[in-house]
Design a protein around this ligand. Structure first.
Ligand SMILES: [Zn+2]
Length: 443
């Protein structure tokens, strides 16, 4: 199916006509407009000592390597957005593999380092995950989490249909603490992305008031902050200038939070998630009610203690019932061993999951259950299908996070950050010519 047919199917006829009009207003025949838009986003992030992550189809990169090297040189991270701008859901494993390999070779020819992949239309499959892992990508950013921050009752019926089409296209899952965390699949870090994105707000719902868009993004950030997860905003650079005010509003919201929000490009998030996977914590009894804790982790690790006394070591206030511990070896007073107990019948995927989430655990018999903050007996494991796994893992995170018992754990983000924010954007086209070449290329 070509781009016109695909666009009409996903956007509807009137939206497609409108889209054609915006192509002529947002792109130019030269690189000038896109350069300005990219630099605008880089500049906004620069004020916060951070940088955005842009994804670009390899064929578009192949036509504009100097521009992309310039943008990378100003601090932005560049990732792969397909070989051409097509939907991997319509490709078999081998075609996905070949196209990804071709994309990589263009990045290499352009002397542009890359680490991550985001699919056009967020169209990934189980095969894509295997391909990314086999071809050495560090991470992907494709799993869409829906934030219900737009009151659809206030949106006219004819626009709502387009919005709902986007939701189906993006295979969105609902928001939970677990859905907002990166996770490993094999060796690949999978970093969720949040919707609605700018395209859904501006072009589908026609919200053109920058302050209103800014308020919606701040509402998403509030939700993510409360759940301690990551907010990956997708802002297509073609709307970069249009969205500058909303982006500034979002970044200043992040800065005003009581506990810091980590504003970071995605490659650094993936690197951190990999670093964090190696952390271990041992908790041994000293005498009744006292425990010796030893954490093997990097200097920037956040160690959190809930409802227990940390003895003779510095702690600082953190969110809710948690305190942040500024030591790696310390003693605590707690009525129970402040970690998770796991039954011997629980399979390996439960243990792997707890370790990845930063919850220390001990495998122990059911008779000892009462002496742990929380005891898990999950002989059937954490699901087989993708859907079941997401549900069971989400429920387990909620259960652990809600326990009122004394509990030690590794925080999700480095250096005491409460949540993370990544500003990303897909550079689908640089010029008007690129936009029309897509129609030919995706055939
Ligand atoms: Zn795209």
């Amino acid at each position: 199916m070509n781009l016109v047919a695909f666009s009409i199917r996903t956007k509807g006829k009137s939206n497609f006509a409108r889209r054609l009009w915006t192509v002529f207003t947002r792109f130019g025949f030269s690189e000038g407009r896109t350069r300005r838009a990219l630099q605008t986003i880089v500049g906004c992030l620069g004020e916060y000592d951070s940088a955005p992550t842009f994804f670009i189809p390899a064929t578009v990169l192949g036509r504009h390597p100097d521009l992309l090297r310039e943008i990378a040189g100003s601090g932005a991270e560049i990732g792969v957005h397909g070989y051409v701008h097509n939907d991997y859901r319509s490709l078999a494993y081998l075609d996905q593999y070949k196209q990804t390999e071709r994309a990589i070779s263009i990045f290499q020819e352009s002397a542009l380092p890359y680490q991550g992949f985001r699919n056009p239309y967020l169209g990934w499959t189980d095969e894509s995950v295997r391909v990314f892992e086999q071809l050495g990508f560090t991470y992907d950013s494709n799993e869409a989490v829906l934030h219900e921050v737009v009151d659809l009752d206030t949106i006219p019926e004819y626009l709502r249909g387009g919005f709902e089409k986007s939701l189906r296209l993006f295979q969105a899952t609902s928001c939970s603490a677990y859905a907002l965390r990166p996770h490993f699949e094999g060796d690949l870090v999978r970093i969720p992305t949040s919707i609605p994105d700018d395209e859904m707000l501006f072009d589908r719902l026609r919200l053109t008031d920058a302050a209103q868009v800014g308020r919606i993004w701040c509402a998403v950030l509030r939700q993510v902050y409360d759940l301690g997860g990551i907010y990956v905003l997708n802002l297509h650079p073609e709307r970069g200038v249009l969205c500058r005010q909303a982006l500034s509003q979002l970044l200043s919201c992040a800065r005003e939070k009581a506990f810091p929000v980590w504003i970071s490009p995605l490659a650094n998030v993936a690197e951190w998630w990999r670093e964090r996977q190696r952390f271990r914590m041992t908790i041994k009894p000293i005498t009744a009610g006292y425990w010796q804790v030893s954490a093997d982790c990097s200097a920037r690790t956040t160690i959190l203690a809930r409802n227990l006394d940390v003895l003779d070591k510095p702690v600082s206030e953190w969110s809710g019932a948690d305190q942040r511990v500024h030591a790696r070896r310390f003693a605590v007073r707690a009525s129970r061993r402040p970690c998770v107990g796991v039954s011997p019948d629980s399979p390996m995927d439960v243990l792997t999951f707890l370790r990845e989430q930063g919850y220390p655990y001990v495998v122990c018999s059911r008779e000892d259950a009462e002496s742990y903050a929380l005891y898990l007996d999950i002989p059937d494991g954490l699901g087989t299908s993708r859907h079941e796994q997401a549900r069971l893992r989400s429920e387990l995170v909620q259960r652990i996070e809600a326990t009122p018992e004394p509990l030690l754990r590794f925080g999700l983000w480095p250096d005491g950050h409460r949540a993370a924010l990544s500003i990303t954007g897909d550079i689908d086209s640089v010029t008007i010519q690129d936009f029309f070449l897509r129609i030919v290329e995706v055939r």
